[in-house]
Design a protein around this ligand. Structure first.
Ligand SMILES: C[S@@+](CC[C@H](N)C(=O)[O-])C[C@H]1O[C@@H](n2cnc3c(N)ncnc32)[C@H](O)[C@@H]1O
Length: 386
């Protein structure tokens, strides 16, 4: 194996020797792949490897990931913050169960917190789910979910059954799907990928291929020409996933909850460097090549592209709003009348505050053969901004 390539970052928490050794293995796997590919791989392939390579990637090996920094976690998601999130979401799903069979498929279930919370809340509301399928890319997380969820209604799937009727949920899944990076430099369109410089992983550009150029042309048709020096990312994997949803969903709704913006805001000329962000022990940083395999890597979601991909496959946009509006529409304040503890109030603040998740996280509902209006979008619907 090549010599250790990690450099210490004084502003970041230290990784333990075992974690550094694991990162060396991940880096070696990436180097092998770069060499086999002739010296360069796209960032999407890099992201796929460092997040999902079996037994190695951030989501596919045993790292703790979820939870507080003190407990060794790197980030906290809404269902991990509080069961209030699942309880509010259950109000929306309960409304949908009036129209579609009471079945749920959740993508990317993490620790299983949302599944546990939703099943309990739907039972409590008198609108129980009869089945709860989980599609989870990571074998490691699938095992954690199996250990955490004893409910006989829960089962694991490779994909939703074709012709599925029910509700599909994905919380913070689209933002960890691999993205391609582009840069406009002196009128040329480059794809930023990963190469080796003195044996170390380094960013390197090459002329964009036809598929990236076409994606950019579509974006610029909506937002205007992007300025020289502008760099960002395109989530083509997420678009493909959303198109597949059109094949899975015969009757029902898909709720995608994630960090993101409408296209005009995403590719705003002033957002010169895109939205790529890494998380390590609750420290956010912008270098995805640092300690590969130990960091979460995310990019915001272009919700205009998601709505378009869904419509291309015959799904209808049922609503788009902020997490704050969605949770309030779903009765978050009523839930706080039931649980008056300071912990619940603090969690609700984190979920809806503009300075935390309330504004940056959006909820998009798409569906087929479902009548609106949906509860979660009753006030503050922003579908017109997509
Ligand atoms: C940031 S975590 C969010 C986990 C959970 N939804 C939550 O809110 O706590 C992302 C999850 O999505 C999974 N994932 C990523 N891409 C996926 C895909 N294409 N299909 C299924 N799961 C995926 C990851 O393995 C992980 O469980």
């Amino acid at each position: 194996m090549a010599a250790a390539m990690h450099s210490a970052r004084p502003s970041m928490p230290a990784a333990c020797p075992e974690a550094l050794a694991h990162s060396d293995l991940v880096a070696a796997r990436v180097r092998d792949e770069i060499e086999a590919a002739g010296g360069w791989i796209g960032f999407d392939r890099y992201m796929e490897l460092v997040l999902y390579a079996p037994g190695l990637g951030y989501y596919a090996a045993g790292a703790r990931k979820f939870g507080d920094a003190a407990a060794g976690g790197d980030f906290v998601t809404a269902p991990e913050i509080s069961p209030l999130f699942a309880h509010a979401l259950a109000a929306q799903i309960g409304q949908l169960f009036g129209q579609v069979p009471p079945r749920i498929v959740e993508f990317g279930a993490g620790t299983g917190a949302l599944a546990r919370g939703l099943l309990a809340a739907l039972d409590g509301r008198g609108t129980p789910a009869e089945s709860y399928g989980i599609v989870e890319l990571s074998a490691d997380l699938r095992e954690r979910q199996r250990a955490a969820l004893g409910d006989r209604r829960v089962h694991w799937l490779d994909a939703p059954p074709r012709g599925f009727a029910g509700v599909i949920v994905a919380n913070e899944v689209l933002d960890v799907m691999p993205v391609r990076l582009f840069a406009r430099e002196q009128a040329a369109l480059l794809e930023r990928g990963v190469a080796l410089r003195d044996g170390r992983l380094a960013f390197a550009g090459r002329p964009a291929d036809a598929s990236l150029a076409a994606a950019l042309a579509g974006i610029e048709a909506d937002v205007g020409a992007l300025p020289d020096g502008y760099g960002s990312e395109v989530g083509l994997v997420a678009r493909g996933w959303m198109r597949s949803a059109g094949e899975w969903l015969a009757r029902g709704a898909l709720l995608a909850i994630d960090y993101g913006f409408p296209r005009r805001e995403y590719y705003h000329p002033q957002r010169l460097m895109g939205t790529l962000m890494c998380h390590f022990r609750h420290h956010a940083h912008a270098d995805p090549l640092w300690l590969p395999g130990l960091n979460d890597i995310t990019a915001h979601v272009d919700f205009t592209a998601m709505a378009q991909a869904a419509s291309d496959d015959g799904l209808q946009v049922l609503g788009y709003t902020t997490q704050a509006h969605f949770l309030l529409n779903c009765g978050l304040l009523d839930l706080l009348q039931v649980d008056r503890s300071p912990a619940a109030a603090n969690a609700a603040h984190r979920l809806i505050s503009e300075a935390e998740m309330g504004e940056l996280v959006k909820v998009l509902a798409v569906g087929r053969a479902v009548d609106g209006p949906l509860l979660g979008f009753a006030r503050g619907d922003r579908t017109h901004t997509l």
